[in-house]
Design a binder for this molecule. Structure first.
Ligand code: HMG
Ligand code: MG
Length: 286
């Protein structure tokens, strides 16, 4: 893998596909991940070990993990909301797991069917198990600036969850603008507060791009010292439990923006474009 100043974590196979209504054949998901593996990413979020009732699209998580060609140097990460997901992820050979909480109570209930406090409690066993097995654990905070059900979310609410995930031992915490409506001023304020609970080197930006602010939000985050951003080839993405959420910011767009600013990402624009074309072809019509 090439040297890099900023890392982009690729989200299309997980965040990108989870919102697609028509079931995508497992073989195509595997092809997508294999194409993404050629782009130069260090980390790819491959799928989720969640309830298939909640996210039917990713019910084939184990088959996907079994089918991909693992590129040396690439970490294949998965979402694990509880011990059942963690065990399945380990059986499938995931290199990294992620727990996901929310800064808003309503989104927590809608997405993982429990309160924020209950979710942190539930994550304790996942954290212990991942520590025991030496598997890196990432954390997400959804709705760091806005919630689809409650509207504006206070920076303090986001910071409290960051603090909890940090205490659980997440090596990195990804800050999710789940519905992509955050303005750069709001992201700036949120970061000022959050940075008093965790250093910039432990934070990542996860911006959905509903209103076209994602690149500006990345720019603000760079000024605060963040050097990891989640993005998705072809701009795929969205959460079935976040009505109105559009895709993650496009990986190629982020790579080009960063390169204009003089940062190396280690990614190949040509390969990103190829993967984006294939990702786009998997979208349901309409
Ligand atoms: P629940 O219904 O409260 O859980 O769901 P439960 O423990 O009562 O289990 C219900 C059923 O699910 C049982 O099956 C369990 O075995 C099964 P049954 O006995 O009825 O046949 N089950 C599982 N199956 C497979 N894998 C598992 C698992 N756990 C339970 N891990 C639960 C609670 C958390 C499981 C559920 O709400 C869930 O799966 N939610 C996931 C929702 C999701 O994946 N959302 C999208 C990802 S988050 C996101 O996109 C945001 C992010 O991108 C950042 C951002 O943009 O903000 C990360
Ligand atoms: Mg997301």
């Amino acid at each position: 893998l090439l040297p890099r100043d900023v890392s982009i974590v690729e989200m299309a196979p997980r965040d990108g596909l989870q919102n697609e209504k028509d079931l995508i054949p497992t073989a195509k998901k595997i092809t997508l991940i294999d194409m993404i593996s050629e782009c130069g990413f260090e980390r790819i979020e491959a799928t989720s070990f969640v309830s298939s009732k909640w996210v039917p699209q990713l019910a084939d998580a184990a088959e996907v993990m079994a089918g991909i060609k693992r590129r040396p140097g690439v970490r294949y990460a998965v979402l694990t909301p509880n011990m059942k997901g963690f065990e399945a992820a380990m059986a499938a050979g995931a290199d990294e797991v992620a727990i996901f909480a929310s800064a808003s109570e309503s989104f927590s209930q809608q997405n993982i069917n429990c309160s924020i406090a209950e979710s942190i409690e539930r994550f304790k066993s996942v954290a212990e198990a991942s520590r025991a097995r030496g598997v890196p654990m990432r954390g997400y905070v959804s709705c760091v600036v806005e919630c689809p059900y409650e509207g504006a979310v206070s920076p303090d609410a986001a910071a409290r969850v960051v603090e909890s995930l940090h205490a659980l031992g997440c090596y990195e915490i990804s800050l999710g603008d789940t519905i992509g409506r955050g303005r750069p001023e709001e992201v700036d304020q949120m970061l000022v507060t959050v940075l008093s609970y965790a250093p910039a080197t432990m934070l990542a930006g996860h911006f959905h791009d509903t209103d076209g602010w994602a690149i500006d939000n990345i720019d603000v985050s760079l000024k605060h010292g963040l050097r990891v951003f989640d993005a998705s080839v072809g701009g795929l993405g969205g959460c079935p439990y976040a009505p109105g959420a559009k895709g993650n910011v496009d990986s190629l767009e982020v790579a080009q923006f960063l390169s204009r600013k003089g940062y190396r990402t280690g990614l190949s624009p040509e390969k990103l474009e190829e993967a984006a074309r294939f990702a786009q072809s998997l979208r349901s019509a309409g």
